[in-house]
Design a protein around this ligand. Structure first.
Ligand code: HEM
Length: 150
């Protein structure tokens, strides 16, 4: 349980913390300092690197989460409200990420490669909005995880 929970929390910190850094620090700095072609190429590169770790984080969060539910809590019936909240909010976050990955991100990569920066900018804006939503859900999920008294 100790190893599963440690990997679980580490994976959640990498995902949610990475989104928080991208949205609150990298995004305003890039918008201030870079012109659209350089900014879009930067985000294309950043997403390629970060999304690789997000996939690993998602697999770790789900595998460790289900392992803890079935090995330590005897299944969902024996799991507290904080775990049900985490499970539901975590799955919503996974679905939002999968949409980002297979839709606007795929288009962004193609449009940047084609040099179509106005259209790439629209895809980046869609990704920005969805990452903002996922960051907010992620922070609420951390709070839910600690609300073991519910
Ligand atoms: C990004 C989403 C998630 C975040 C941020 C998150 C965060 C956390 C944190 C911080 C803990 C440690 C709580 C503590 O004991 O202090 C935890 C425990 C746990 N999480 Fe998650 N979690 C997420 C998604 C999930 C999912 C999807 C599942 C189920 C598949 C899950 C199942 C669990 C379980 C079973 C525990 C152990 C709870 C306990 O010991 O009382 N979590 N999670």
């Amino acid at each position: 349980m100790f190893i599963a929970k440690s990997l679980h929390i580490l994976a959640a910190v990498i995902w949610v913390g990475g989104m928080f850094f991208a949205y609150m620090a990298l995004r305003p700095a890039a918008a201030k300092l870079l012109e659209p072609p350089q900014r879009l190429a930067l985000w294309d590169g950043v997403f390629t690197k970060f999304f690789f770790w997000v996939w690993i984080s998602i697999a770790t969060i789900l595998l460790s989460g289900y392992y803890m539910i079935f090995s330590h809590f005897g299944g969902f019936a024996g799991s507290g409200m904080h775990i049900h909240l985490m499970h539901g909010m975590g799955l919503v976050m996974v679905m939002i990420f999968m949409h980002v990955y297979f839709a606007p991100y795929k288009h962004l990569k193609r449009l940047v490669a084609e040099g179509n920066f106005p259209e790439a900018g629209k895809k980046l804006n869609t990704i920005r909005q969805l990452v903002a939503i996922n960051t907010a859900i992620g922070i609420l999920t951390f709070i839910a995880a600690e609300s073991i008294l519910l």
